[in-house]
Design a protein. Structure first.
Length: 127
């Protein structure tokens, strides 16, 4: 039986309708150590299966370059697509910059609405 909910110092994880929701805590700063922890915890939840991920970064205060690079590459393992929920303009700029500079190897898009994000991810769910 897969765990449906998990939380660490930086994020909470919840499975809803075939999508893994990762919600960053309010005011969190993400450095490389945090990024490694976030990915390790996420991979434990995946149990070797691929999922689309909804990533809510509205609470992120700051994310450094090494954390961005780590999340773009190692952070893509077992993910079919990522929808990033942003709060314009700040987290939107962070996200667009991340997508442009880190060039993640999986489909990654930014949204300011849950509905649009879920609609995008629905095309990447296991049938």
């Amino acid at each position: 039986m897969m765990r449906n909910y998990f939380e660490n110092d930086y994020t909470s994880y919840r499975f809803l309708d075939g999508v893994l929701h990762i919600i960053y805590h309010q005011g969190v700063t993400v450095d490389l150590e945090a990024a490694v922890q976030i990915v390790e915890d996420r991979l434990t939840l995946h149990e070797g299966r691929e999922f689309p991920v909804l990533c809510d970064i509205r609470g992120v205060k700051e994310i450094n370059k090494s954390a961005r690079a780590y999340l773009a590459m190692e952070g893509s393992t077992l993910i079919t697509a990522v929808a990033v929920i942003v709060d314009p303009p700040v987290s939107e700029m962070l996200s667009e910059f991340y997508i442009r500079t880190s060039n993640p190897p999986i489909p990654t898009k930014t949204f300011d609405s849950m509905e649009h994000a879920i609609a995008f991810l629905s095309g990447f769910m296991e049938q």
